[in-house]
Design a protein around this ligand. Structure first.
Ligand SMILES: NC(=O)c1ccc[n+]([C@@H]2O[C@H](COP(=O)([O-])OP(=O)(O)OC[C@H]3O[C@@H](n4cnc5c(N)ncnc54)[C@H](O)[C@@H]3O)[C@@H](O)[C@H]2O)c1
Length: 384
């Protein structure tokens, strides 16, 4: 295969990631599918004039000139699109979260096993210089064996990202613990090298939602000049509308394999944006500051030859969207399919992040009871 020929399902919004495969030595974007004509017109303008476009994803999957499919549709369509694409014999790049139920993830894994095609999950944060540095520090053993993790995700502009459209409803996402949180949960799994076994959570809808009509849009609202959440670009459904039912304030505790204890906060109404990660091991502690672009490492004082100085790593800013992750993950997908290199994240990683988010939501909605993460399906045994 000279170039990987890619079809995109869901061409706007996250679908713009596909621009990294345009003018690429190893890839070309040959087709796009969306439910909106205007999004397909926009896609065609951004890609090449002769790109195939359709409103029916099965037409895209039927095409012999599509080797791989990038699925960037909303979460609630991931399972249907991924299973169909794998069954059609296509390699798949699937955006996070893998699906909105554990069973949905397991059905995708089964489809992958059936088709033997390649499936990578879009955990682009694994490609970020800051978290790659943190992973390297843990793997080097500098802070010893990890015993405790504390992750706080202050989602500044959470209203804009999650409460002005489909993201605000359980029916579409299950919970923001797996929609937004699957990145953080995955980073905890990836950096420690351990999956979660058990969770308990508390949460609430403490800021968004309310009693506004479901068909109200910010540009038509009489409170548009004074509402702090008013939005006039792209996503404009009222963030105080009554149908909103996903928690905006989530606190979860997790027990991982190897006895690691983790705590996770995800709050959507903070003024600033910051993902703050802390890892504590038997030899030291590591913490990042996303706004300052640094990672600090402090090691235990011991009077032994092993004693190390405290260190600050200054993280290089990378070019490209999402702090430079996006161009990297697109290249990694090509490496995986064309060169048989390891994928950035496997379907098992995707499923485990969803499982933790689903069980966290279940716990949160039943008074904080601890819930065990269901085991992987039998077809996943032996999956590398
Ligand atoms: N990894 C990341 O950093 C990252 C960032 C943003 C979004 N995402 C993921 O990308 C996905 C899309 O999110 P978004 O914010 O771009 O959503 P969106 O609502 O903007 O939709 C993306 C595109 O999918 C199209 N679409 C909607 N329903 C469809 C359907 N049934 N079939 C085909 N296309 C459909 C939309 O018209 C749009 O063009 C989500 O699963 C989200 O979690 C990942």
């Amino acid at each position: 295969m000279e170039k990987l020929r890619i079809g995109v399902i869901g061409v706007c919004g996250r679908g713009t990631l596909a621009e990294n495969w345009k003018d690429n030595e190893r890839a070309e974007v040959v087709a796009g599918m969306d439910i909106k004509e205007e999004h397909l017109a926009d896609f065609r303008a951004r890609m090449v004039e002769h790109v195939f476009v359709t409103l029916n994803y099965r037409e895209l999957l039927d095409r012999k000139d599509v080797d791989a499919v990038a699925i960037m549709s909303p979460d609630y369509m991931h399972e249907e699109h991924a299973v169909a694409a794998l069954d059609a014999g296509k390699h798949v790049y699937l955006e996070k979260p893998m699906a909105i139920t554990i069973e949905g993830c397991d059905r995708i894994i089964e489809a992958q096993r059936r088709s033997q095609k390649k499936l990578m999950i879009g955990f682009n944060m694994r490609c970020h210089n800051m978290w790659r540095t943190m992973k390297d520090i843990v793997d080097s053993g500098t802070i010893g064996e990890i015993k405790a993790v504390w992750v706080r995700h202050f989602v500044g502009r959470g209203g804009y990202f999650y409460y002005h459209d489909w993201h605000g409803r359980r029916a579409n996402v299950t919970s923001l613990l797996l929609q937004k949180g699957s990145h953080d949960i995955d980073q905890i799994h990836w950096i420690t090298g351990r999956y979660t076994k058990r969770v308990a959570a508390f949460g609430g809808l403490d800021f968004y939602g309310g009693n506004k009509p479901n068909d109200l849009h910010c540009p038509d609202c009489e409170e548009r000049r004074t509402c702090t959440e008013a939005s006039f670009v792209r996503l404009t459904q009222c963030a105080k509308r009554s149908e909103i039912d996903v928690e905006d304030n989530n606190v979860m505790i997790m027990e991982l394999e190897g006895g690691i204890k983790a705590a996770y906060l995800q709050c959507h109404f903070t003024p600033d944006y910051h993902r703050n990660y802390v890892f504590i091991g038997t030899e030291g502690r590591m913490e990042n500051s996303e706004p300052d672009g640094v990672v600090w490492v402090k090691t235990r004082r011991s009077n032994s030859w092993k004693e190390l100085s405290d260190r600050t790593y200054v993280i290089k800013k990378a070019a490209g969207t999402h702090g430079g992750c996006d161009p990297v993950i697109c290249e990694e997908f090509l490496d995986y399919v064309l060169e048989d290199k390891k994928p950035v994240a496997t379907p098992i990683d995707g499923r485990m992040a969803v499982a933790v988010g689903v069980c966290g939501a279940q716990s949160m909605r039943s008074g904080g009871v601890p819930i065990d993460i269901p085991p992987l399906p039998s077809c996943a045994v032996g999956y590398d």
